[in-house]
Design a protein around this ligand. Structure first.
Ligand SMILES: [Mn+2]
Length: 469
């Protein structure tokens, strides 16, 4: 064929349309010969053949051979003529002929015939399904699937971890929810965080190529001896923060008393950031002073006199002051704690900065990643915490709002999910004794639940740090 250089692209497009207008079972038969000579079209024994049969695997013997006066044959002739077309005007004439002849009613808009034929073929060749015996349940007895059933985080087993009757049940890693959001200064909703994080974690369950060759898969209990349990949520009253936080403390304390070979180490799902103070209190009682890695856009060491004015003691403890209290209570290894991902404005810049240092924190800002890189940040963290017991707290607002819109106080200019996960995974080897992910507020999330999904990935990183250590 003579090349139509200036019309090449348009010609190709129109020819595709013309071919589509004429397409039917016959054309498919010509275009989609799947079997090669080595595989008999009747019974090649392949998986595809066994499932789809001749509907897909139609070889030359299955091809329809239309008679000359049938529409299939007429269209085949037109397709042959298409090969001879050398100019744009002839193509348009041919296309119009093909359209008219390929339809019983030329005005008909839909390609009804094509669908009728497909359906006919499907009914003819569909695989016969043999259903099991009515009393057979081996395929459903497990009770798990990706979009239904009772949900635990990552599908881990659950029992009542707060009941003294079960204290002898082994827990190495506990996952527990802290549904609490009455310590926030701006957007609430984090009380629904644990529920949403569990739900978003339904697809968890495998080794990832990001973590270089490893055989320990936290979700496959055959690959390790770490007992991982979803303890459910600590019931926290929504009516009095003092009682609610005390309930969480007692819940975590009870988990910490379980029989364990390497813990128990608790991963808490918030809840607003206030809950971290209770998790730190229980971790401190179990492991001694901890070095806190605080991934957050805000400092959260605010002096209660600055954040809220400290008018009452009740209001003094909130999601922006809990680290002030953690330092004051002596839970922290002073000078070995780090904020990571900071970028939110101070309230009283000079005072807040000095007070933060007095609480024992160093800082890596969000933009430091541009100069330090992932490795620089990981090295700085490791050289700061050394071999001390480490508690990691990830406020999901450390991520950029594009990566985590469902949170209480968004700040522009944060990290991506990949950057956060690379830093967390880079911490392999530290002495991690507890962790949390907080401030996931599902009512403000996208309808794709991306913030909850980010939180599941953070917990997935924690699990890997704890299991493959
Ligand atoms: Mn925070």
């Amino acid at each position: 064929m003579r090349p139509l250089s200036t019309f090449n692209m348009k010609w190709y497009f129109l020819a595709s349309m013309a071919a589509a207008a004429a397409v039917d079972n016959f054309a498919w038969g010509e275009a989609m010969v799947i079997n090669d000579d080595s595989a008999s079209p009747q019974n090649s024994g392949s998986f595809l053949d066994s499932v789809y049969g001749p509907l897909v695997a139609a070889g030359s013997q299955q091809r329809l051979t239309p008679k000359n006066n049938e529409p299939e044959a007429i269209e085949a002739q037109l397709l042959a003529q298409l090969q001879e077309v050398t100019d744009f005007a002839s193509l348009e004439v041919l296309m119009s002929q093909m359209k008219k002849k390929s339809r019983t009613n030329p005005e008909q808009i839909h390609e009804d015939r094509f669908y009728e034929k497909s359906h006919e073929a499907y009914l003819k060749y569909q695989t016969k399904l043999n259903l099991p015996d009515d009393d057979e349940v081996s395929d459903i007895v497990d009770g798990r699937n990706l979009f239904g059933g009772i949900v635990t985080f990552g599908g881990f087993p659950h029992f009542n971890c707060f009941d003294d009757k079960h204290l002898d049940k082994k827990i190495d890693v506990a996952i527990v929810g802290a549904p609490f959001d009455t310590g926030v200064s701006f957007r609430p909703g984090a009380r629904f965080g644990p529920d949403a994080i569990r739900s978003a974690g339904k697809r968890l369950g495998g080794l990832t190529p990001e973590r270089k060759p490893t055989t320990k898969n936290p979700y496959d209990l055959r690959t390790h001896n770490v007992s991982i349990v979803d303890c459910g949520d600590v019931p926290m009253t929504p009516f009095d923060n003092r009682i609610a936080l005390n309930q969480l403390y007692r819940g975590e304390r009870k988990i910490h008393k379980h029989d364990s070979s390497s813990g128990p180490k608790i991963i808490t799902m918030g809840g607003d950031h206030t809950i971290t103070l209770m998790a730190l209190r229980s971790a401190y009682e179990k492991y001694g002073k901890v070095s806190v890695l605080h991934f957050d856009s805000h400092i959260d060491t605010w002096d209660p006199k600055v954040l809220g004015g400290g008018i009452t003691h009740y209001m003094a403890l909130n999601h922006g002051t809990f680290l002030h209290y953690a330092a004051e209570q002596g839970y922290l290894n002073e000078g070995q704690c780090l904020h990571v991902g900071l970028r939110a404005p101070y309230i009283d810049a000079k005072y807040d900065h000095e007070h933060d240092a007095a609480c024992g924190f160093h800082s890596i800002t969000a933009r430091d990643i541009d100069s330090m890189g992932i490795h620089g940040i990981v090295n700085k963290i490791k050289s700061t915490v050394k071999d001390t017991p480490v508690y990691i707290s990830v406020d999901i607002d450390v991520l950029d709002p594009a990566n985590a819109p469902g949170t209480g106080t968004m700040e522009i200019g944060g990290w991506t999910g990949r950057e956060l996960l690379s830093v967390l995974d880079g911490l392999k080897g530290i002495n991690l004794v507890g962790a949390d992910v907080v401030e996931v507020s599902p009512p403000y999330d996208s309808n794709s639940d991306i913030t909850s999904l980010a939180a599941t990935a953070v917990i997935d990183s924690y699990l890997w740090l704890l299991v493959d250590n």
